[in-house]
Design a protein around this ligand. Structure first.
Ligand code: BGC
Length: 923
């Protein structure tokens, strides 16, 4: 990349300047987000895409302008930063290079690109981002509701009965009633408190922002209206070290005169029971607490801050209980209508207590919040027994249900959530949820139509059992609300095989169900944790399905927070166990594999730079413990090739030292790549050497001269094994088999698959890589056979058995009931093969961020067409093929502007491509 003074650039593109270019810069993003409000990045990254209908369209240069107002940009004046004209095709993660940014300020930006001929395109429509607190000191105090001695429910009922004129008091009387009783200790097992702060505004501000967070989970209203999107805020992090705050533009919600802020403060991940020990307050002491600042800016330049402090008032709310695993109990009789609005008379509300500031880092939330992303209507309902109804959404989802009901005050309706029906096919069963109660209860206030959605819980479910419903519920009485971190979906796939399409849909549904600010293993049982092995095998697939860039960066910070002092990565992150053991091979390695995958996929080296010290510490830990380059020591936990196909047990049948050593080699190779990207050439060479040494050790220990790979092993279930499919798969995928033996090793793998009747014996690790390994070995035929296999164990077996999400176990229909999630994405890692091999949309070796694309679609006997689109950081890439009547294959591919590529088709020389659409018939 060269920076050219504008004059020189003009000279370079001199000559009669053609008419303005038809090119456009579109899809402007900052830090991977569209117009993010309140981010702390000191040097934000800018991305855009080039739209240009012409074949071969490319960006030859760009100029990025940042200003304090859009009008300035329109006038061509960047009063903050002008990058100058840069002769480069960069359009992804271009780093801000201007003066230090001010906190809480909106910046406007545009980019003016030049096309391949050097013609200037009209600058992009101005976009913006807004900085957050940027490390500034918070004026606010953490506050919590005060404890109180007596039963609060009856107390609030008394208050409601005796205060018919709520809302009619003069503003001077606001919130001045003496503290009174109410069980609002903030104990998640108790009533969930409401907090409010009333204030007067003599004049309307021109700009109002709220910055808020909690240790716990909060919902914020301004004058009774929701302050912004998001549920289960703040995101889950390791609250011992880090908490994220959210930013809200509330300018339009304020009014002259009285105003009110309202907060419901639940347990969330901070305070609710989490993990195997069902610990409450795993990250710090009670109570749940709030931190909030409302910044008001007036036209005359005056600034005012209203913060969380002891002027706030609190009272117990209608939520009797709400936690992630167990669900919510809500008594609508305890509602205090209008409590979040101005004019509400906070009778019998009491004071709040200041809490000392926890020693943690407060950071802006840099990814979309968890929120509802869709609705699934009930498809069927039936009554298995008098008074009990079962609703079937027809789709396994994560989120919650909206209940619509009408009935007598005090009627209690209970909803129990389940993924499956009992063996009778009529009743639900929660047997696979272990201790998670996944139950919501609603007590009606009576007097009309009522709807209920819970506040601080979520469930993984397809079926809802309803009891206590007054009368016969309509089908519309229960609606599924799909929720999760709202990441943009970036792929399409349609084939001639409905079962394959369903598999692909299932993979996406499972991903949606497991992005809850953390990539979770499952959304339903008492687990839902950021399991690293599941994440690393699935990440490549996940990155085609959705834009995982911002999410990945956030989670890698959780992973670093969980790294031990001696360098181990954990099994899951965020972690909540102190003195935790080292993570298992194949799990802990996510700390190396995921930053590499993010960098390759999105082209941004910053994620690598941020993770690099942690990667080095991890690899040093392994190397120090294993001087002979076989990873046999320093493994506290081992899951092996978890949940192998063909077994009803959990433990894999591949030697765990072999697995560990294979992952060490892989880590070293990826570290060498990443060191190169960071310009650390000596480190790159050193990790290459480590890779070679581990590979040599692996070969002599595990690879036989006939191409078999394995070592004797007895797993914890007592199963004896030696040569396994997974051993071959890992060795081939990670480049550990000597070149001369690769064909033999692939042959042995195929022999074993054939010996199992074209079935796999692989678990989480082997299954993720097996199809790519087969295709890379020239055995697409076997890859297709396995993909299209319908008998057990296979991907389509579960589709054939009605799966709407991917199962945790190949034998989801007859495994250990306590370890049987129906929404586990690990085996969905086959999605990578669908995109990279079947549709053949891949990154060229050495390319990152899909700047150089390889297209290599493949066809097999059972399919007549494939059509796929991946909306890459540079724009949509499409690839597909259609079997024509005469048996020929018509291939159609297209590349977005500002990329190049190569098309590989059987028995043809590779064809170089530029942006545009190409159609080729292969006979
Ligand atoms: C989780 C996983 C995880 C595994 C580790 C399970 O309980 O659900 O998917 O990877 O434990 O063995």
């Amino acid at each position: 990349m060269t920076v050219l003074p504008a004059v020189l650039f003009a000279a370079l593109v001199a000559g009669p300047r053609p008419a303005a270019s038809p090119a456009r810069a579109v899809a402007l993003r900052v830090e991977h987000l569209v117009t993010p409000l309140g981010i702390d990045a000191a040097r934000p990254r800018f991305s855009w895409q080039m739209a240009d209908p012409r074949r071969g369209a490319r960006q030859s240069a760009y100029e990025l302008l940042v200003a304090t107002a859009p009008a300035r940009l329109a006038a061509g004046s960047a009063d903050v930063w002008d990058s100058g004209v840069i002769a480069a095709d960069s359009s992804v993660d271009v780093v801000y290079g201007g003066p230090p940014l001010e906190p809480r300020r909106r910046y406007w930006w545009t980019v003016c690109i030049r096309d391949r001929e050097g013609s200037v395109a009209p600058c992009a429509a101005p976009s913006w981002w807004e900085t957050g607190m940027m490390g500034a000191r918070w004026a606010a105090t953490w506050i919590a509701a005060t404890p109180a001695p007596v039963d609060s429910a009856s107390d609030v009922r008394t208050a409601q009965r005796t205060s018919p004129s709520l809302g009619n008091l003069p503003s001077g009387a606001l919130d001045t009633v003496a503290p009174t009783v109410g069980d609002t200790t903030g104990d998640p097992a108790g009533r969930v408190p409401l907090l409010r702060r009333a204030f007067r505004l003599a004049a309307l501000p021109v700009r109002a922002r709220i910055y808020a967070t909690a240790l716990g989970s909060y919902r914020l209203t301004v004058n009774g209206a929701g302050a912004g999107p998001g549920a289960l805020l703040p995101d889950w992090t390791d609250y011992r070290f880090r908490d994220t705050y959210q930013s809200y533009d509330v300018t339009r919600l304020l009014r002259r005169g009285e105003n009110a802020l309202g907060v419901v403060l639940g347990a969330g991940w901070y305070a609710g029971r989490m993990g195997y020990s069902s610990t409450r307050y795993a990250y710090g002491p009670p109570p749940v607490r709030l931190l909030l600042e409302l910044h008001l800016s007036y036209a005359d330049g005056r600034e005012e801050v209203i913060a969380s402090d002891t002027a706030w008032r609190a009272a117990p709310g209608p939520i009797l209980f709400s936690e992630i695993y167990d669900g919510e109990s809500y008594d609508a009789r305890l509602e205090q209508p209008g409590w979040g609005r101005p004019g509400f008379r906070a009778l019998r509300w009491h004071g709040v207590v200041p809490e000392s500031a926890p020693a943690l880092e407060l950071q802006s939330q840099n990814l979309p919040p968890i929120e509802p992303t869709g609705v699934v209507h009930s498809r069927r309902r039936w009554s298995p027994s008098p008074g009990t109804w079962v609703f079937d959404l027809g789709q396994n989802i994560a989120g919650w249900a909206r209940l619509a009901v009408r009935g007598r005050r005090g009627t209690q309706v209970r909803m129990r959530f389940a993924e499956i029906l009992d063996t009778d096919g009529r009743n639900i069963t929660q047997i696979n949820l272990r201790s998670a109660k996944a139950t919501d209860t609603y007590v009606l206030k009576g007097g009309g139509a009522e709807t209920f959605e819970p506040h601080f819980t979520y469930h993984g479910f397809r079926y809802v059992e309803v009891t206590g419903y007054p009368g016969t519920p309509a089908l519309s009485a229960v609606t599924g609300i799909v929720a999760g971190t709202a990441l943009p979906e970036t792929a399409e796939l349609a084939t001639s095989d409905a079962a394959l399409d369903r598999l692909w849909q299932n993979i996406r549904w499972t991903q949606r169900a497991n992005l809850y600010s953390v990539p979770t293993d499952c959304p339903q049982r008492d687990e839902r944790m950021g399991w690293m092995g599941d994440a690393q095998v699935f990440w490549r697939t996940a990155s085609y399905n959705m834009d995982m860039a911002a999410f990945g960066e956030k989670w890698l910070a959780d992973v670093r927070d969980a790294q031990t002092a001696w360098g181990c990565f954990p099994n899951y992150a965020p972690d909540f166990i102190r003195d935790r053991p080292c993570g298992a091979p194949g799990w802990a390695d996510a700390g190396v594999i995921i930053p590499w995958t993010l960098w390759k996929h999105y082209g941004d080296v910053r994620v690598v730079a941020e993770q690099w010290p942690a990667v080095e510490r991890y690899l040093k830990f392994i190397a120090d413990s294993n001087p002979d380059f076989l990873w046999r020591r320093g493994k506290d936990v081992q899951f092996g090739d978890w949940l192998p196909a063909g077994s009803t047990k959990s433990w894999g049948e591949t030697n765990t030292d072999l697995i560990a050593t294979a992952f060490w080699a892989y880590d070293a190779a990826l570290a060498a790549d990443m060191a190169g990207a960071l310009g650390r050439l000596a480190d790159a060479a050193q990790y290459r050497r480590t890779f070679e040494r581990v590979r040599a050790a692996f070969d002599s220990a595990y690879v036989r001269p006939d191409g078999r790979v394995g070592a004797p092993f007895v797993n914890p279930d007592g199963v004896h094994s030696e040569f396994t499919q997974t051993a071959s798969v890992l060795a081939l995928r990670f480049g550990l088999v000597p070149d001369g033996l690769r064909a033999a090793a692939a042959g042995r793998l195929v022999d074993d698959i054939a010996a199992h009747g074209w079935h796999l014996t692989t678990g989480f690790l082997g299954s993720a890589y097996v199809l790519p390994v087969l295709s890379d070995a020239g055995r697409d035929d076997v890859a297709f056979k396995l993909l299209e296999q319908q008998s057990f164990p296979s991907w389509l077996y579960e589709v054939r058995h009605g799966a709407t999400t991917t199962w945790e176990r190949w034998n989801g229909d007859h495994g250990d009931p306590g370890m049987n999630s129906y929404s586990h994405y690990a085996f969905g890692a086959v999605g990578e093969w669908l995109y990279r091999y079947l549709a053949g949309i891949d990154e060229a070796p050495g390319s990152v961020g899909f700047a150089v694309i390889e297209l290599r679609p493949r066809w097999g006997p059972g399919l007549d067409s494939v059509h796929a689109v991946y909306r890459s950081p540079r724009g949509p890439i499409a690839s597909g093929w259609l079997r024509l009547r005469d048996g020929a294959i018509q291939v159609t591919v297209s590349l977005p502007p500002n990329t190049t590529g190569r098309l590989f088709l059987p028995s043809r020389p590779p064809q170089d491509l530029e942006a545009g659409t190409y159609r080729v018939v292969v006979r």
